[in-house]
Design a binder for this molecule. Structure first.
Ligand code: DGI
Ligand code: FE
Ligand code: FE
Length: 403
């Protein structure tokens, strides 16, 4: 039996790791392949914003699921203190008394092996495998392999093949820029975004794909329109454009759920539907959408709040909240309604005036249909009316042609 072992910080595990271990497995044909995330890597300090070992293990497991014949092992997380490879090999020897253990390592690890904790133990218990990858370092690698063989009786496999160029450091730097997804297994990327590990923000192409899959096909055009309008308003008002887009992409994510499903989400997330929301399901999706976006896609507070208040608004909205509230109401594909043109124009002139008019129109719309008015809508209209008066502006005069 042969067990291939690939240790590392896996911070995060990426497709470069995946390709390396697969290429090694093709050459060495192990019966088992283990990714072994270090709890506390002894050789280097983890970057400051590194997630807990449990997260790195969970991500290694998710990546392993997408690699044939590969699994992640928690053996280094079971131990206290630095994760010495020699201890890991002792443990693996107990688990696989008859097996050839093969420890896959990078060039620098091979070259520095003798400075590790108990290198003789590592080489006595395990064979070593290294890629002859780095151009110009083949000589160094061959010399070190020969030296370890001679001096310690080590078995060293020097493997052919050029693994993918990707580094965890580089990926960690890309994730907050909404980039880096192409270096990660799908499950790992989703895990990172959901928890916003490394300060990650979602790639918006990826997010659209995920969010649209939750919509009725007929609603996709509206959400696209809301994103475009949110972007235009964000540019106009100096808000972060991609954050506005993110909120818009997610804003109606629970809209298609029926009453029962909405209420199940309330229960799941421990939120209460108020009596207006229970009376009019149109209102509830804003509340469930916000917690859904936070839970599924890690939407941070300001974005979740913009979703939360996109239907009714609220007093004292942030610019982002105002932008999403208005973008939803005035996107290019909105079925025409009275005051649409006036709100659209106002949205680029004065955000407060536009929000006031939009809320005022909702009050009129709701009362014309005999629906109960949500107190948040009433409070929003009153708040912005007062705010306009305080800044010496007056609410937009607008009367429906038929009124
Ligand atoms: O989800 P969308 O259709 O894109 O738009 P939305 O989230 O703004 O929802 C609009 C619906 O919500 C519309 O049918 C009117 C309703 N609504 C908005 N404010 C109130 C309201 N319904 C009641 N009963 N009370 C309100 O204050
Ligand atoms: Fe909505
Ligand atoms: Fe909407």
């Amino acid at each position: 039996m042969r067990v291939l072992i690939y240790g590392g910080s896996f911070n995060p595990p990426h497709l470069g790791h995946g390709r390396s271990v697969q290429t090694a497995a093709e050459a060495l044909r192990p019966d088992r392949t283990l990714l072994v995330p270090a709890a506390i890597p002894p050789h280097k300090n983890l970057a400051a914003n590194s997630p807990a070992p449990e997260h790195r293990l969970a991500m290694a497991r998710l990546m392993a699921e997408e690699l044939a014949g590969c699994e992640a092992s928690d053996i280094e997380l079971e131990r206290e203190g630095p994760s010495y490879t020699s201890d890991t090999m002792r443990r693996l020897r107990q688990m696989y008394p008859e097996a050839e253990l093969i420890f896959l390592m990078g060039t620098d690890m091979l070259l520095s092996l003798e400075t590790w904790h108990e290198p003789e133990t590592i080489m006595a218990l395990a064979s070593l495998a290294v890629f002859a990858r780095e151009k110009g370092r083949e000589g160094e690698i061959a010399a070190q392999a020969a030296r370890l063989r001679e001096r310690y009786g080590a078995t060293v496999y020097v493997l052919e093949g050029e693994p993918v160029a990707a580094s965890s450091t580089q990926i960690r730097a890309l994730l907050p820029q909404r980039q880096g997804r192409e270096y990660l297994a799908e499950g790992v990327y989703g895990y990172i975004i959901r928890r916003r590990l490394y300060g990650a923000k979602p790639d918006l192409g990826w997010l659209r794909e995920k969010a649209y899959a939750c919509l009725k096909p007929t609603r996709v055009a509206h959400v696209r329109g809301a994103e475009a309008m949110a972007r235009a308003l964000a540019r106009r008002w100096g808000a972060e454009e991609d954050d506005a887009a993110e909120a818009a992409i997610l804003h109606d994510g629970t809209k298609k759920l029926d009453r029962e499903e909405q209420l199940r989400l309330c229960e799941k997330y421990g939120i209460m539907a108020d009596r207006w929301e229970l009376a009019n399901l149109e209102l509830l999706h804003a509340k469930t959408g916000a917690v859904w976006a936070a839970d599924e896609f890690g939407a941070p507070g300001p974005i979740a709040d913009a979703i939360r208040f996109h239907t009714t608004g609220r007093p004292g909205m942030t610019p982002l909240e105002q932008i999403v509230y208005l973008a939803d109401a005035i996107e290019e594909g909105r079925k025409p309604y009275p005051a649409l043109a006036a709100i659209r124009e106002a949205a680029f002139e004065d955000l407060d005036a536009a929000v006031e008019l939009c809320a005022r129109r909702t009050v009129e719309y709701v009362s014309a249909r005999g629906l109960p008015l949500h107190p948040d809508t009433a409070a929003t209209q009153a708040y912005y009316k007062k705010k306009l008066e305080e800044k010496g502006a007056s609410p937009i005069v607008w009367t429906a042609p038929d009124e």
